[in-house]
Design a protein around this ligand. Structure first.
Ligand code: M6R
Length: 598
């Protein structure tokens, strides 16, 4: 994915797009570029590297577009960086043009300067004899694939925008217009936004005109106000977004608690499901990727154990290739921080086409997954900028917990007393998270001791197995240490061969009356083979300290809520190790915050 921004208005467009692009850097950070309109010419600046290091002054203007790249077609070079220019036209693009080669072949005698799929768009618009707006429309109609595109013309004061499958949102402040891939790019200036939908184009002049590309019908849409604050999109005094977002988790869950509970009643007023529909759910299928997939695995425990509804968790990327069996009594829950993950969206569409009900969990307002779902539960985590997902994960777990209790009440399966107890448990979580964060010394020591290791295993059982997966994912993505998560009992079926005295093995070994004793046996097995034992244990557990080379403690909570607490030291550990290794914590190599391509 890439980030794009355009601005037209009374302020200095150059400053606004530089600043905005810096806020979008999480979407792509291998190269960047600007097209600044100057009277009847463009000033084009392209650089390889990260936009936050850019400190040159650009010429003043009232119209500019800009792009930060996560390369798909063509390597990381200045030539491949956007904007791409042809004749009078400059464009920036987020997405993939699948038929670009075919389109290029039609453009005989055109010399292409880049290896990208994007450049052809500038050529198609730029060679047309039609007026700018019409040439843009005719070009867009020829494109297959996904895109959010901004185009400017040397001879016009318009910005034209089109979207299909990649996000595009317009910020409005009086007669100033900001068009970007995501709200934080302009949140400093306005929280009044309009989301562009698929197959729509926007003509931004002194006002905005939105129309459907195929029907030409003008679309009147009222701007909405977004409740995110500027502070939420800034690092404030934290060195990295990841650390800030880890620290925000207690407050976020506290706010969710306030919003979702009133006098021991769980509130889900926007859920577009009738009581009968909830009662008729025969099966739940969760689809997601990465960290969101890990929260789906935890939800499986919640739904099966508390609701007794058969539940399956699917990798969104694989779901549609299996011809899944679904019907109107299947509830499909796509989980996605960004709401734009292409695989999750494709799984949603597959489920919808087969008649399933779709209730998604999404953090980013106005996202495609939200728009295509029957209803959406917002995670209320605020903007998550660090590429490694942290606060979205614990918000997902909190929302899934509330959804479980809500369904349990409607389906008459959870006794009132249990509902009250479970609400009491979740209300304690924010302070328990604070206590883990305030005792971060242990985690720092652990990072100090083991940051030079090349590999790590993460093991857990039951509801802690997904936390083993999440711990391993966090470590590998931010610190580049090879890490794998396994159910602790699976270890003996293969991974045990990896154990030697260089291998740290993280055990998520919190006390419970289900698998704790068995995990202790797994620890013994690793110890007997010389592995380094690092445990995440429940406060007061001395037995585990005896067995471990290093122990990090978390407070006690109910079984179902343990993953929320256990994930905090996992996140912190990955963070501190990455910092010690001088890795780029917020923008790990090769990664993009959300994968909008399949
Ligand atoms: O926006 P989504 O939740 O759909 O993103 C899914 C994954 O791409 C995401 O969780 C990814 O694994 C993160 N980098 C994990 O930290």
């Amino acid at each position: 994915m890439c980030g794009i921004i355009g601005y037209k208005g009374s302020k200095n467009a150059s400053e606004i797009v530089i600043e905005g692009l810096k806020k979008l850097e999480y979407r792509g950070y291998d190269s960047y570029g600007f097209a600044i309109k100057q009277n009847n010419s463009f000033e084009i600046i392209k650089e390889v590297g990260k936009i936050h290091k850019f400190n040159k002054e650009l010429p003043k203007s009232n119209i500019a577009i800009a792009h930060t790249r996560w390369s798909t077609h063509g390597s990381v070079t200045k030539e491949n960086a956007h904007p791409h220019v042809y004749n009078n036209i400059a464009i920036v693009h987020n997405g993939i043009i699948e038929n670009y080669q075919e389109l290029k072949n039609k453009l005989k005698n055109h010399e292409f300067k880049s290896e990208t799929d994007t450049e052809v768009i500038a050529h198609l618009i730029g060679e047309s004899n039609l007026p700018f707006e019409q040439a843009f429309k005719e070009t867009i109609k020829q494109l297959d694939g996904t895109f959010a595109i901004l185009a400017i013309n040397k001879d016009s004061d318009q910005i034209l925008a089109a979207r299909k499958g990649s996000p595009l949102v317009i910020g409005i402040k009086d007669n100033d217009y900001f068009i970007a891939s995501d709200i934080p790019a302009f949140l400093k200036h306005t929280n009044k936004v309009l989301f562009l939908e698929d197959d729509e184009i926007a003509v931004i002049n002194d006002k905005i005109k939105i129309s459907n590309i195929y029907t030409n019908k003008e679309i009147k849409r009222k701007p909405m106000e977004i409740s995110w604050s500027i502070e939420e999109a800034e690092k404030n005094n934290y060195p990295h977004f990841m650390l800030k977002e880890i620290h925000e988790q207690a407050d976020i869950i506290e706010k969710i608690n306030q919003k979702r509970v009133l006098n021991n009643e769980i509130l889900f007023s926007n859920l577009n499901l009738t009581e009968n529909e909830i009662k008729n759910i025969k099966r739940i299928v969760l689809v997601a990727c990465g960290t969101s997939w890990h929260s789906a695995l935890i939800a499986e425990f919640m739904f099966e154990e508390l609701l007794k509804i058969p539940t399956e968790v699917e990798y969104a990327s694989e779901f549609r290739y299996r011809d899944p069996i679904l019907d109107e009594n299947t509830l499909v829950i796509p989980i996605s921080q960004s709401g734009e993950t292409a695989d999750t969206l494709a799984a949603l569409r597959e489920a919808k086409s087969k008649g399933a009900k779709i209730v998604s969990l999404v953090n980013v307002h106005g996202s495609t997954i939200e728009r295509e779902s029957d209803s959406t539960i917002h995670l209320d985590a605020g903007p998550e900028i660090g590429v490694a997902s942290t606060k979205a994960f614990t918000s997902q777990l909190t929302m899934l917990y509330y959804l479980t209790i809500y369904f349990g009440k409607v389906r008459n399966i959870l006794p009132l007393q249990q509902i009250e107890n479970r609400i009491r448990d979740i209300k304690l979580i924010p302070n328990l998270i604070r206590s883990i964060l305030n005792n971060g010394k242990e985690v720092l020591e652990c990072a100090d001791k083991y940051y030079l290791k090349k590999n790590a295993l993460y093991l857990g059982r039951g509801i802690n197995f997904p936390i083993a997966l999440e711990g391993a994912l966090k470590l590998k993505e931010v610190s580049y240490i090879h890490a794998e998560g396994y159910p602790a009992a699976e270890m003996k079926h293969g991974p045990i061969a990896l154990i030697d005295n260089e291998m740290p093995v993280f055990f998520i070994a919190t006390k419970d009356n289900r698998t704790y004793k068995k995990v202790i046996s797994n620890i013994e097995e690793v110890k007997a083979r010389g592995g380094i034992i690092i445990s995440i244990a429940t406060i007061g557990d001395k037995e585990i300290r005896e067995l471990s080379d290093f122990t990090m403690y978390i407070p006690e909570t109910s079984y179902i809520l343990t993953p929320i607490l256990a994930s905090i030291p996992m996140q912190l550990l990955a963070y501190y190790i990455a910092v010690k290794k001088e890795c780029d914590v917020d923008q790990p190599r090769n990664l993009a915050k959300s994968c909008t391509v399949e």
